[in-house]
Design a protein around this ligand. Structure first.
Ligand code: EZ4
Ligand code: CO
Length: 404
């Protein structure tokens, strides 16, 4: 029996912060896991270093499910984003080790391919319709036919998903405190449907359009937006209301046939259970890293399959190329996996995490390297590069704190 001999937690910042777990076995097999929680990186790193790492030394890396249960059920104070990302990183790394030990890419260990290629969606944004259309066109020319469209709002200075200066949007800002943004739902609702209709008019019916409301609307506002967008025929409307108020989505559902997606902030199958079992959503957006790793998210996908809900994991730049790899392997091997978000990364991130997965003809491919097919470029993972970064906070016009 091989055993886990070394546990390393790397906090690094190849242009943005990442937390990476590296496990090495006595036989010299290396497994990588992603433990990044955007804006809370050091908490996961400490949880891994102080509490999880010491428990892993000497364990059989092949006992993946038992290790998951040990780290989850064996902890009285469980669940939550920090603990679940830490467990997720261990689980991803153990699957990586299994793949390397058996010489198989992970998708083979999940039962082999159910599809030739994995659909993905890209982000297009613009402060106004012409700027947004430029980005939509660029994605279409690059071969992508699923596009998330986010627009600025004239009455607001800052809007989620949109930057005024440059082609790259990154929500986390490097600063000692979160930036503060003003949010006005009525201003957003006055402007956004017209812009998305404008995009539809330009691109015609052959492009799937998505939109993310980022947990900011009340249930009845969300219902209004869903109804207003019905003529556009969205692929989905995402995160319309704060995700913890799950009954809110029943109200939205009663008013609109626009497909609903939610769940990027969910950590366990129990966060997803009510929405899935009651068929209140069409797509579950939990991510491998934030929902306890490969072993646990497979159970979420299986529950979703039973209830006709499709998997569509979160894939912003804060999900590292390691957990994106895990998601792509699952994506080609899971029947009800609809689409993988791919926000894309700065070049330095690709260099820091060389990966076998690739974009091909507007789709994702996992590659055929054993395990995840991701390695680390050691000298791009320097502890001294880490700098505190925060996601913004939002306030209404009267100063009340609201959901960002
Ligand atoms: O704001 O990942 O669908 N994507 C999103 C993301 C989230 C960030 C937060 O870290 O909502 O852009
Ligand atoms: Co989202």
């Amino acid at each position: 029996m091989d055993v886990i001999e070394k546990v390393e937690v790397l906090v690094s910042s190849p242009s943005r912060n990442y937390v990476t777990l590296r496990l090495t076995t006595r036989d010299g097999i290396v497994g990588l896991g992603d433990a990044t929680v955007n804006g809370r990186e050091l908490s996961v790193a400490a949880y891994l270093r102080d509490h999880v790492g010491p428990l892993l030394i000497g364990r059989d890396p092949g006992r993946i499910e038992d290790t998951w249960q040990y780290l989850y059920r064996g902890v009285y104070w469980r669940r939550g984003p920090i603990g679940m990302a830490a467990i997720g990183a261990v689980d991803i790394a153990l699957w990586d080790i299994l793949g390397k030990r058996t010489g198989q890419p992970l998708y083979q260990l999940f039962g082999g391919r159910v599809r030739d290629r994995l659909a993905t969606y890209r982000h297009a944004f613009g402060w106004d319709l012409p700027a947004l259309l430029d980005q939509v066109d660029a994605h279409r020319e690059a071969g992508f036919s699923n596009i998330r469209v986010q627009t600025g709002v004239p009455e607001l200075d800052v809007v989620y998903g949109v930057t005024k200066d440059g082609p790259v949007y990154e929500p986390a800002g490097r600063s000692a405190r979160p930036a503060e943004e003003t949010w006005d739902a009525e201003a957003y609702l006055r402007y956004v449907p017209g812009v998305i209709e404008g995009v539809r008019e330009q691109v015609g019916p052959g492009v799937n359009l998505l939109h993310d409301a980022h947990h900011r609307l009340t249930p009845i506002q969300a219902a209004r937006l869903g109804k207003a967008l019905e003529p556009v025929g969205l692929y989905w409307l995402e995160d319309v209301t704060p995700a913890e108020d799950q009954e809110a989505l029943r109200l939205v559902r009663q008013h609109t046939t626009t497909p609903l997606a939610i769940g990027e902030v969910f950590n366990t199958i129990w966060d997803c259970q009510y929405l899935i079992e009651n068929r209140l959503i069409d797509y579950i957006r939990a991510a491998v890293v934030h929902a306890g790793g490969i072993s646990h998210i497979r159970k979420i996908f299986a529950l979703a399959e039973v209830h006709g809900v499709q998997a569509a994991p979160h894939g912003p730049s804060d999900v590292s190329p390691i957990s994106l790899a895990a998601s792509i392997h699952l994506g080609v091997a899971t029947h009800n996996f609809a689409i993988q978000e791919y926000m894309g990364y700065p070049d330095l991130v690709h260099e820091a995490f060389p990966h076998a997965w690739r974009v091909e003809d507007g789709h994702l491919q996992p590659g055929d390297e054993p395990g995840l097919g991701v390695t680390l470029t050691e000298d791009l993972h320097r502890a001294e590069d880490y700098e505190a970064a925060y996601l913004p906070v939002a306030r209404r016009r009267d100063g009340t704190l609201t959901d960002w």
